[in-house]
Design a protein around this ligand. Structure first.
Ligand code: DX5
Ligand code: ZN
Length: 211
């Protein structure tokens, strides 16, 4: 399974070394929170553009109005941009997915920890390049994995979604194989990785690659 470390729990006082320690990852997950969609506030593109990322980056927009953020994250160089269906509803999600694709980025839609996958309509299923299934309630790192997320992935696969499925929240090496077996292609891992000694992280990333 591929791995996309979330830098939310990285040690920002030495971000360069932290990023070096995860250079074996498949891409880097940027958690963007606006303090409205979730009760937390994190990083905007203005700060992030000062950072040299060793791998491809993806933006997870936990914001009420993702339309306001996509240009700055496209300019930042994000290959994938994903936003929450709960923030936009279906019609806005459809037009935003089309807009992202027209701008040449991979268009992702996210369903939160307690959201029913039925919110992903057939049209969204056919448009999305990626579906991000949250295995926690968005907003914070270090939460407990929600097993119900695995059933959502199986449901999306059963509905014929063949694009990339990413899972995010509470993932570690204990639950990684069931996450992979459910049909997930790429795991977002934050606190499990960044709580470990930087010297151990390369080994941990390789362990995720073989599940
Ligand atoms: C939560 C974020 C996740 C989180 C993952 O809202 O979207 O990316 O930071 O961190 P862990 O792996 O600690 O749950
Ligand atoms: Zn995330």
């Amino acid at each position: 399974m591929k791995i996309s470390p979330s830098i939310l729990d990285a040690d920002f006082s030495q971000l360069g070394e932290e990023l070096d320690s995860i250079s074996g990852a498949d891409r880097i997950h940027l958690d963007v929170m606006d303090g409205q969609y979730v009760p937390n506030l994190t990083l905007g593109a203005g700060i992030l553009k000062k950072v040299k990322f060793p791998r491809e980056i993806e933006a997870h927009l936990m914001v009420l109005n993702p339309e306001n953020f996509i240009e700055s994250f496209i300019a930042l160089g994000c290959k994938t941009i994903t936003f929450h269906i709960e923030a936009t509803g279906i019609p806005r999600a459809i037009s935003l997915l089309k807009k992202l694709k027209s701008r040449g980025v991979l268009a992702g839609i996210t369903i939160d920890g307690f959201t029913d996958p039925d919110w992903i309509s057939d049209e969204i299923l056919s448009l999305a390049d990626q579906i991000l299934v949250m295995s926690v309630k968005s907003g914070f790192g270090g939460q407990k994995f929600m097993d119900a997320a695995l059933l959502k992935v199986e449901d999306l696969r059963a509905r014929g979604f063949t694009g990339e499925i990413e899972m995010d929240g509470g993932i570690n090496l204990e639950n990684a194989s069931e996450v992979s077996k459910s049909g997930v292609d790429i795991a977002v891992v934050g606190s499990f990785l960044f709580k470990k000694d930087p010297k151990e992280r390369g080994e941990i990333i390789r362990a995720f690659h073989v599940v």
